[in-house]
Ligand binder design. Structure first.
Ligand code: B1M
Length: 216
């Protein structure tokens, strides 16, 4: 437990090398990967987020913490992505237009990959037409959108409308998530699923494609 507390502290401090070292140590000590992620790295981002809300931290500090968290995540990625899993379907993933937050989206991508999905990661600040272009190329079963800003959340709705206008909506399921997204919002904009975290995203994706192990 002491190590996880140190991981939190060093993510908050934005100390990349220390986060790497502590994450490696936790892995070597046999700490469960999900625990390192949830109770160490993500908890650290949560703590700096709270400081940001209280105006005790500012954007540069957030960036340093994000960099430290990503350094830890990179070490966990091979362990989260289990080998030899059969491809379950293709997910086109991106953070919506105007929004550059990528940590949650990347985590969802890693977990989906680990569960056997093919991921086409469009990155951040993805305009609706980019989603429709890629879905138009065929093969995708799910469009996954991440959004962390209230101000740009409406691009999720715009993207669904763009898929509709391009005659592609019936071809794909739409899953959304991110700190400011709710089930209620998903219902209102006509998304097929909402997931609160990366593990739930995997269950919902399976459920959407009618695969075994979905949450229903
Ligand atoms: Co910004 N930011 N940020 N930020 N940032 C938030 C989101 C904020 C809540 C902080 C706050 O005020 N409390 C706030 C948004 C408020 C709002 O709109 N309601 C905010 C703001 C205001 C801003 C700026 C406008 C600040 C400014 O410039 N004044 C600016 C906007 C830039 C832009 O996008 N245009 C900005 C910038 C930044 C940084 C660049 C400095 C940095 C991002 C670095 C990066 O991503 N590379 C940053 C960060 C780090 C945060 C906080 C602190 C942490 C976000 C994070 O990575 N969390 C965040 C505060 C917070 O969330 N508590 C905040 C960890 C991550 C694992 O969680 O992304 O929620 P999350 O993902 C989860 C789930 O939500 C879910 O699964 C993930 C894993 O469990 N999930 C999905 C996510 N996507 C999903 C998709 C799915 C399913 C589930 O299906 C497809």
């Amino acid at each position: 437990m002491a190590d996880l507390k140190l991981i939190i502290e060093n993510v908050v401090e934005g100390n990349v090398e220390k986060v790497k070292e502590l994450t490696k140590n936790a892995i070597t000590d046999g700490v469960d990967v999900a625990t390192i992620l949830d109770d160490g790295l993500i908890a650290g981002m949560g703590a700096i987020g709270e400081q940001f809300e209280r105006r005790e931290a500012y954007v540069p500090e957030l960036l340093l913490s994000a960099r430290a968290m990503r350094a830890g995540m990179e070490l966990l990625e091979p362990l989260l992505v289990s080998s030899g899993v059969q491809a379950k379907g293709k997910v086109v993933l991106g953070t919506v237009k105007g929004d550059v937050h990528n940590i949650g989206k990347d985590l969802v991508g890693i977990m989906l990959k680990g569960a056997g999905f093919d991921i086409i990661d469009l990155g951040v600040d993805v305009p609706p037409e980019k989603f429709t272009d890629v879905v138009g190329e065929g093969g995708a079963g799910i469009v996954g959108m991440s959004g962390l800003l209230t101000t740009t959340l409406s691009f999720m709705k715009t993207t669904i409308e763009a898929l509709d206008a391009a005659g592609l909506r019936s071809r794909v399921k739409v899953m959304i998530g991110g700190a400011v997204v709710t089930q209620d919002y998903a219902d209102r904009i006509g998304a097929d699923a909402y997931a609160a975290n990366a593990a739930e995203a995997v269950n919902k994706a399976k459920e959407l494609l009618g695969l075994e192990g979905g949450s229903k």
